[in-house]
Design a protein around this ligand. Structure first.
Ligand code: IDP
Length: 139
């Protein structure tokens, strides 16, 4: 995967609260092209593996429980400077700290249930995109 791509998930809170359409609208309006997308649900094993880097953190159990609690939308996005620009578009982890107009400010409810995921590096964008999509599912 090239460095103009990032990976996102619309998390179970935002799906349950009916925000899929509004979030996708914000993403495309910001100039990101959706090159892969699916509606899916993480198994316990999926979530533990995806968030393995956080396994020693005190919130790991809560995070895994939340991320397996409902359906998600997973997508690979393309844009110049995708990782950094997408992190700016979603805002800080805690919606209370997120800038006005960011996706988390608009749609997240708490630091844990924070509406969207965005990869934090080109390397992780490639790993996370491959976790969810086969090469032939990316257009
Ligand atoms: P990020 O998603 O903004 O990169 P990370 O620190 O990588 O934030 O944390 C991954 C995810 O873990 C967050 O998006 C959030 O869902 C959850 N999380 C982070 N910190 C906390 C916390 O203090 N309590 C509960 N969940 C948390």
């Amino acid at each position: 995967m090239s460095t103009n791509r990032t990976f996102t998930m619309i998390k179970p809170d935002a799906v349950k609260n009916g925000h899929i359409g509004a979030i996708l609208e914000k993403i495309t309006a910001a100039g990101f092209k959706i090159v892969a997308m699916k509606y899916t649900q993480l198994s316990l094993r999926d979530a533990q593996e995806f968030y393995g880097v956080h396994s020693e953190r005190p919130f790991f159990g809560e995070l895994v429980e939340f991320m397996t609690s409902g359906t998600i939308v997973a997508a690979i996005l393309e844009k110049e400077n995708a990782v950094e620009d997408f992190r700016a578009l979603i805002g800080a982890t805690n919606p209370a700290d997120a800038a006005e107009g960011t996706i988390r400010k608009m749609f997240a409810t708490s630091i844990g249930e924070n509406a969207v995921h965005g990869s934090d590096s080109d390397e992780n964008a490639a790993i996370e995109g491959s976790f969810h999509f086969a090469g032939r599912e990316i257009y």
